[in-house]
Design a protein around this ligand. Structure first.
Ligand code: 5AD
Ligand code: SF4
Length: 481
């Protein structure tokens, strides 16, 4: 899948090609020449630092940007004293934005020491008008700003930025283009995220995602299968299928196909061992999907099913299109079909108008559902969303107090759920060496982390470990064979 087009063979005297991926390789070839000349002038290789905020979708898109920079000859480093510093931003909650502004202040100081340094901002936060206005006004030292829809244009934008002497801003309102086959630099050689769709059409009333990621678009199943087949040929054995609402995958394609059918096609790919996916919206979780999960040999028995609230009244205000009973019914249905399933969820505390009674409903669902993990969030007002204009915002101290109570219950329940594996032997995919030398970390199909004494040659392999001690959300284990 990598380097489908050989940069050396591109004629740089010709006009840029119109076909999009060829066009981007053309600019990569130009950039490679410029980077080589600059490196020679400086007597050292050029470097970049890429920081990703937010979700796995962002991680995946950062891999494309990293792949392009690697292709043109920049070397990656972890610190920001680099020739290019790039932030892939998130705006799902206010604190994600604040982090970026805070770090930009520090970058300004670094740039004073290296005036040649380039600063690039892209991703969800940049799709908001007030953010771009602020960057233009208060952060003129930022060189390039683009959004979520034109990431495939990165090479071309980067080239234009180098040619320009003022801040370059290119934000698109949307796109129906899906450009395949750009170079990517994967974070792991043995597992990978795979986008199956982009955008979201749900408009949950608190959520900014539909505004910054645009309308829902599914990739063609053939393109997805082709990408995964190539990944497997390149050493990948686990894929995470990514979309804001994977359960509505395929509905808008010319030849509609369900998510369950897509999973069946992916299951057939030889050499692939594990299939994960996220995120599932409860309103679209079908019986067909549950049946496919139950009989599959490759789909991991883990389901992330965001509930957001346990109160039917609040769920209605959130525009979630299910109620408490429907959610609990789904949990029961999936547990009946897949008894060993690990369930995780997202919960928001302090949505406008949430009363103590509403909150108790949320605690009740947590109590009944036995989640392995629940990600808990304090409601964050996002301008432009319907909930931001709701009058009855909950006072901060009330929200904080509820949040602490919820967290305590979530942790207690999580410990109980995770401890069901204590003493068992499980297969894990070994992913990382931990900070402590000689201690490695792997993941069970249930998405549970296990730390165990091991060695480097186990990285990327499947091994059996005995889960000795449950530490709440992770285990300490030992190799079983
Ligand atoms: N405030 C708090 N949490 C939010 N999420 C999305 N929007 C908001 C918001 N405005 C949470 C939801 C979602 C997760 C990715 O982020 O729980 O599932
Ligand atoms: Fe946001 Fe709802 Fe879409 Fe998820 S489904 S991205 S919470 S609007």
């Amino acid at each position: 899948m990598h380097n489908e087009i050989n940069l050396d063979k591109i004629d740089l005297n010709s006009e840029p090609p119109a076909e999009e991926s060829r066009r981007q390789y053309y600019f990569m070839a130009k950039l490679r020449g410029l980077a080589a000349a600059k490196a020679q002038e400086l007597g050292r290789a050029l470097s970049y630092c890429l920081v990703t905020f937010g979700c796995q979708m962002n991680e995946k898109q950062s891999e494309v940007v990293a792949g392009i920079l690697d292709e043109i000859g920049y070397q990656r480093k972890d610190t920001e004293d680099a020739d290019v510093v790039i932030y892939n931003t998130c705006t799902v909650r206010e604190n994600a934005n604040l982090k970026v502004y805070g770090r930009l202040g520090r970058l300004h100081n670094l740039k004073d020491h290296n005036p040649d340094m380039k600063i690039v901002l892209f991703g969800c936060m940049m799709q908001e008008e007030h953010v771009v206005a602020k960057i233009k006004k208060s952060y003129p030292f930022v060189n390039l700003v683009f959004g979520t829809h034109n990431i495939f244009k990165f090479a071309e934008l980067f080239y234009e930025m180098l040619m320009a002497d003022t801040q370059l801003v290119d934000i698109w309102d949307g796109t129906d283009q899906i450009v395949e086959e750009l170079p990517t630099e994967r974070n792991y050689s043995f597992k990978s995220g795979v986008n199956i769709m982009f955008g979201c059409n749900n408009f949950c009333s608190y959520c900014i995602v539909p505004y910054v990621r645009g309308r829902e678009r599914s990739r063609e199943p053939e393109a997805i299968v082709k990408e995964i087949t190539a990944l497997v040929a390149d050493g990948v054995t686990e894929v995470m299928l990514l979309g804001q609402n994977v359960n509505s995958y395929g509905k808008t394609l010319e030849h509609p196909i369900t998510f369950a059918k897509l999973l069946e096609r992916i299951e057939e790919i030889e050499g692939l061992k594990r299939i994960r996916f996220m995120t599932s919206h409860p309103k679209d979780l079908s019986d067909e999907l549950i049946a496919v999960m139950a009989k599959s040999k490759k789909i991991c028995h883990h389901l992330h099913l965001p509930m957001q609230s346990g109160s039917s009244r609040i769920l209605k205000e959130m525009n979630r299109r299910y109620d408490k009973e429907k959610y609990l019914g789904l949990v029961e249905k999936i547990r009946t079909a897949v008894p060993d399933i690990s369930l995780t969820t997202d919960i928001i505390v302090g949505f406008p108008g949430e009363t103590e009674e509403d909150f108790l409903e949320t605690l009740d669902v947590v109590d009944k559902s036995c989640f392995d993990t629940a990600f808990t969030f304090i409601y964050s007002k996002r301008s432009g969303t319907p909930a931001a204009n709701m009058e009855n915002q909950v006072p901060e101290d009330v929200v904080k107090e509820r949040f602490d109570r919820l967290l305590a219950l979530v942790q207690e329940k999580g410990r109980i759920a995770s401890s069901r594996f204590e003493g068992t032997v499980q297969e894990i995919l070994v992913e990382d060496e931990s900070k402590e030398k000689g201690i490695f970390t792997g993941r069970t199909e249930y998405n549970l982390l296990v730390h165990f004494p091991g060695s480097e040659e186990l990285l990327g392999k499947y091994v059996k470990v005995q889960l000795d001690t449950c530490k709440g959300f992770y285990y300490l284990g030992t190799l079983a064979e």
